[in-house]
Design a protein around this ligand. Structure first.
Ligand code: SAH
Length: 468
């Protein structure tokens, strides 16, 4: 099993930094089912080709074999889930979008040529084109003859695939990791919930927009309908939620007019609304609870009115992402002093949460089990007790307007509940009474006359009596 990645940009050997593999060396990794090797067949300033060769262990492959096909099959040669697992191991850093030595290269589009020596394409060359062309690839699919001497054996389903495009290495690897298993019929391991996460992680930024996304999701998850539903619902939510972050003013100026006119996604609207509300409340010190990957933190940081911004999340991984995307280590000292990240849980009383003007809890409560929500209410409104609290959560009534969300399903596999507007108002109203806050509500996103807006926001402010 062999795939190659060729960079023909100037200083082509930058590919080595991006793949975290020095072109001068041979790199090998032991896997449960064989061995993966990375080597370079050329490494000049004009052209650099990295080859990933996977040798499947024949003994491992026939473990549990019962019939002839178990021994004689195409598994050792064709690109399959074995290859994508190997890619995950050997190119893990590149797939995660990291490049320690040359971080600026990660987002650089390079003229890349990818070849997959043997691929078995269900649906033939048409499917190859349908999958890769929308991603900007020029596709060459050369059928590998079954056998010239026996035309009766029919058309081969095997192809040598060449893809050319100007893409980032990170995107190219992500495309392969999703689409190779889609083309191949078999997956050599159990498909469970973790596969949905993996699919959405590798598909971030492109899968939601792909015209064949339904086909991709179905085939990737081997048509396990509960998983397919889950993935489609999350994709749909992400499609509404994908934040196009404007990194800097110069970039903003460079955006094409049509991009500026593009309707804002739901999550962008939500984050903008929260930032605006925090500003009108004249809050200067902000706590972002369940800050995730730091999308709100970045927005707040761009406005000097916010003097101290603290993000807390229970997930260490999210905090790492937040730190690298802010990016903390490349920020001028003065900026860096304004922002602070910490690991912690909303379910436990924590002294570090005291003394803030406002707290934002954006799309978090629906991830908590109901009994735990009660703990969070006391932690936030009784002990941390900021002057203002902004909470957003989905509005379940709006779900019927999502065309591919099956009736009764929640938008995200990890949501424990989604509230109607009345349920949210009841919950928030009761909190106001119990802890001495007054509450107002705002819709988030376009308002449907009957079902309301897709998301809802409550703004709590300490009453004069409550502030004593
Ligand atoms: N507020 C972010 C992320 C929302 S996703 C945004 O709008 O983009 C929900 C986040 O809540 C996740 O990052 C998850 O790790 C975090 N979370 C879930 N339970 C938590 C808890 N008990 N304490 C703190 N954070 C929690």
């Amino acid at each position: 099993m062999l795939i190659t990645i060729t960079n023909t940009a100037d200083e082509a050997t930058d590919l080595g930094f991006l793949l975290h593999k020095n072109p001068a060396n041979l790199h090998s990794a032991d896997l449960a089912f064989g061995k993966a090797h990375v080597f370079y067949s050329s490494a000049t300033a004009q052209r650099c080709t990295a080859c990933l060769l996977l040798e499947l262990d024949p003994v491992e492959l026939v473990r549990g074999a019962q019939q002839l096909e178990d021994y004689v099959n195409d598994r050792p040669y064709v690109a399959s889930s074995y290859l994508t697992v190997a890619m995950g191991r050997i190119f893990g850093t590149a797939l995660a979008g990291n490049c320690q030595k040359r971080p600026e290269l990660v987002e650089t589009k390079l003229p890349l040529e990818l070849t997959v020596e043997v691929i078995r394409a269900r649906g033939g060359a048409d499917v190859l084109r349908k999958l890769f062309e929308p991603l900007g690839y020029h596709v060459e699919a050369a059928p590998i003859p079954l056998d010239d001497k026996f035309p009766d054996w029919g058309e081969s389903r095997y192809f040598r695939l060449t893809l050319k495009a100007c893409v980032t290495v990170h995107d190219a690897l992500s495309h392969l990791c999703v689409l190779l298993p889609v083309l191949d019929e078999e997956k050599h391991y159990y498909i469970g919930d973790a596969e949905v996460d993996k699919l959405l992680r590798h598909g971030e930024g492109w899968l939601g927009k792909h015209p064949e996304r339904q086909l991709i999701v179905q085939r990737y998850l081997k048509r396990r309908s509960s998983l397919v539903d889950q993935a489609m619902a999350r994709l749909l939510d992400e499609e509404n939620a994908a934040v196009e972050v404007v990194e800097s003013r110069t970039e903003q100026a460079a955006l094409a007019e049509k991009d500026l006119e593009r309707p804002m996604t739901l999550h962008t609207q939500r984050l903008n609304l929260v930032a605006t509300r925090l500003k009108t409340l004249e809050a200067k010190t902000i706590l972002d609870l369940g800050c995730g990957e730091g999308k709100l933190l970045r927005r707040l940081l761009a406005d000097r009115a916010f003097e101290r911004i603290t993000g807390m999340d229970v997930s260490h991984r999210s905090l790492e992402t937040a730190s690298s995307r802010l990016p903390l280590e490349r920020m001028p000292e003065r900026q860096r002093k304004r922002v602070h990240l910490m690991q912690g849980s909303l379910l436990y009383r924590d002294k570090r949460l005291s003394g803030f003007d406002a707290a934002a809890v954006i799309e978090v409560i629906e991830h908590l089990d109901r009994p735990r929500l009660v703990a969070m209410e006391r932690v936030l409104f009784e002990f941390a007790r900021p002057r203002h609290v902004v909470v957003t959560t989905p509005n379940r009534e709006y779900n019927v307007l999502f065309p591919t969300l099956p009736p009764g399903k929640l938008r995200h596999g990890d949501h424990r509940f989604e509230w109607t507007r009345a349920e949210f108002a009841d919950w928030a109203g009761a909190i106001g009474v119990r802890f001495g806050y007054q509450v107002s509500f705002e819709p988030v996103g376009p308002v449907d006359e009957r079902h309301g807006a897709p998301s809802q926001m409550a703004v709590f402010s300490l009453t004069a009596g409550g502030a004593q």
